[in-house]
Design a protein around this ligand. Structure first.
Ligand code: PGA
Length: 237
């Protein structure tokens, strides 16, 4: 199966940024990778319209658990599907930290995505303190236990993102990534794809993507320019 190379644009991108999507559409892309771009909400509909038929999928970075209601400023999974999104990131560590999202909230958001026909990309990962205390596998296990919706099956994607690797230029070693991905695989079974995220760059993508049970990457900073996202996609085995 092709690896999933997902770009998380975070709070970056204005209307003119569609030029990056257009560059991705125009470029030759390897059959070993499927591209997904998750721009901010404001760009989802325009990007989805532009990407239609290109083979590039468009997703969002968060959704509300409810399908509609009195929740000023929030966006429902159904609205994202209506705008043309096929995926949505839930439980990113920046949302867990900035918005106090608990595992229970993340589970409700993942369930909302499934309800709306979207593929949730459920993020888990340990902090540096947790890693240094030898708690990585416990933390990941607990996050999965408490944030995976029941019977999610293969319609969900898991992203392992060590919090200390996000935006820092630091990544775990190959053996450390392999150990966590193997533990996630044991937990979720054969169905879901498991992405690695945290400082994935063109220079380290080949090594990271070749690790057993790494089925793709969730890329932040290096996804903002088509050229570096394509370089990562070209490193998919
Ligand atoms: P980064 O972000 O690639 O900039 O480290 C990854 C993420 O937060 O998804």
């Amino acid at each position: 199966m092709a690896q999933l190379i997902a770009g998380n644009w975070k709070m970056h991108g204005l209307g003119a940024s569609i030029a990056e999507l257009e560059a991705l559409i125009a470029a030759p892309r390897p059959p070993s990778a499927t591209l997904l771009l998750c721009p901010p909400f404001t760009l989802v509909a325009a990007f989805a319209a532009r990407a239609a038929g290109s083979g590039i999928a468009i997703g969002a970075q968060d959704c509300h658990p409810e399908p509609s209601g009195a929740h000023t400023g929030d966006i429902a999974a159904e609205m994202l599907a209506d705008a043309g999104a096929t995926h949505v990131i839930v439980g990113h560590s920046e949302r867990r930290a900035d918005h106090g999202e608990t595992n229970a909230i993340v589970r409700a958001k993942a369930a909302a995505a499934l309800r709306a026909g979207l593929v949730p990309i459920l993020c888990v990962g340990e902090t540096l303190d947790e890693r240094e205390a030898g708690l990585t596998l416990d933390v990941i296990g607990r996050q999965l236990e408490a944030s995976l919706p029941p019977a999610a099956g293969s319609g969900i994607v898991i992203a392992y993102e060590p919090v200390w690797a996000i935006g820092t230029g630091r990544t775990p070693g190959v053996a450390e990534v392999a150990q966590v991905h193997a533990a996630i695989r044991r937990h979720v079974g054969a169905g879901p794809s498991i992405l690695y995220g945290g400082s994935v760059k063109p220079v380290n993508a080949r090594d990271l993507l070749a690790i057993a049970d790494v089925d793709g990457a969730l890329v932040g900073g290096a996804s903002l320019e088509a050229e570096s996202l394509l370089a990562i996609a070209n490193a998919a085995p």
